[in-house]
Design a protein around this ligand. Structure first.
Ligand SMILES: Cc1cc2nc3c(=O)[nH]c(=O)nc-3n(C[C@H](O)[C@H](O)[C@H](O)COP(=O)(O)OP(=O)(O)OC[C@H]3O[C@@H](n4cnc5c(N)ncnc54)[C@H](O)[C@@H]3O)c2cc1C
Length: 281
């Protein structure tokens, strides 16, 4: 079984925080995955591209990465894809085939599994708009196929957040469109992101969820918190709902900065900001 002990956190997460994690395991296929899970008796965490995670050195369980679950199969406008496949790469592969619907995902640096877990979205679109069904391993290690209705997809939420399911494979239904137009849209989205988001620094995207009637970024900016720092973790000057790693930030720095932001917004606006990112410690 492929595994790495004492792996650098920065090699497996987009925040690129300082430190090491105990162990990361890369099962090659379903049979290996089943063996690993049985051995670990639920004391593990699946990790995709680590693009929504604040991963601390103190996190004690092995991580399981599904990078070998990278199947990609097209059947007209239906695409079947492994949970470890890269989301922006999928958006591009679909575009090359003249299939529309995933353009919004072109700047979301996750895997298919992580994107479904989060019901990732941007620019008014989200995974739920195109997802048809998924193959999962349930908590008793049974293979099951769940339809979109079973997945309880809502704003950055899904059944995966509430049950110990592992997403293995997904089926999306896309819309035939004009290849050049789709690629143009992807380029536009990537340019907009570069303009608005601090992509020149490591981060994990939006720190907090937006509320029904507030934008977390606007509240943080209004509170004058842009540029606030703990160690090398900083509230981005470019986009207030991003925390960036300016060098050797540790998970504890990011977590302390999050607390500072939450406290100030509670005090000034009486709003409890809800974390979109996930802390593993
Ligand atoms: C620059 C930047 C921009 C971003 N922009 C956006 C955006 O516009 N919209 C948006 O929604 N998000 C955005 N994100 C956040 C992030 O990319 C998404 O949440 C993404 O879907 C996370 O996928 P991942 O594979 O990295 O998951 P990870 O961060 O590795 O994991 C997230 C969660 O998913 C679980 N998980 C991962 N794979 C599986 C699986 N196969 N089965 C079960 N559970 C699994 C993990 O256990 C964990 O709980 C951004 C991040 C960055 C760095």
């Amino acid at each position: 079984m492929e595994k790495i002990n004492n792996a650098l956190i920065k090699d497996y997460t987009t925040y690129k925080l300082d430190g090491y994690i105990k162990e990361i395991i890369f099962p090659k296929n379903y049979d290996e995955l089943k063996v690993v899970i049985k051995d670990l008796k639920n004391k593990y965490k699946i990790i995709g591209n680590g693009s929504n995670l604040i991963l601390s050195e103190s996190y004690n369980h092995p991580l399981i990465n599904l990078k070998y679950f990278d199947k990609l199969e097209f059947n007209n406008n239906i695409v079947t894809v492994g949970a470890g496949y890269n989301l922006p790469k999928l958006a591009l592969e679909c575009a090359k085939k003249g299939l529309s619907g995933l353009e919004f995902a072109s700047g979301i640096p996750g895997t298919i599994g992580g994107a479904i877990y989060m019901n990732a979205g941007a620019y008014g679109k989200e995974i739920s708009n195109i997802l048809k069904r998924v193959t999962i391993l349930d908590e008793k290690n049974n293979l099951k196929v769940l339809n979109q209705e079973d997945l309880k997809l809502s704003y950055r939420d899904s059944i995966f957040k509430h049950k110990n399911y592992i997403c293995l494979e997904a089926e999306f239904e896309l819309i035939p469109g004009n290849k050049e137009e789709i690629i143009k849209e992807i380029k536009k989205i990537i340019e907009t992101r570069k303009e608005k988001q601090p992509l020149e620094y490591p981060s994990a995207g939006s720190v907090f969820k937006n509320g029904e009637n507030y934008s977390a970024g606007r509240l943080i900016e209004k509170a004058g918190l842009k540029g606030t720092k703990v160690g090398d973790a900083e509230v981005s000057l470019k986009h207030a709902n991003f925390i960036i790693n300016k060098g050797k930030a540790k998970a504890d720095d990011v977590i302390e900065l999050i607390e500072i932001v939450k406290e100030k917004i509670k005090k000034e606006e009486n709003i409890d900001l809800i974390l979109e990112q996930e802390i593993l410690r």
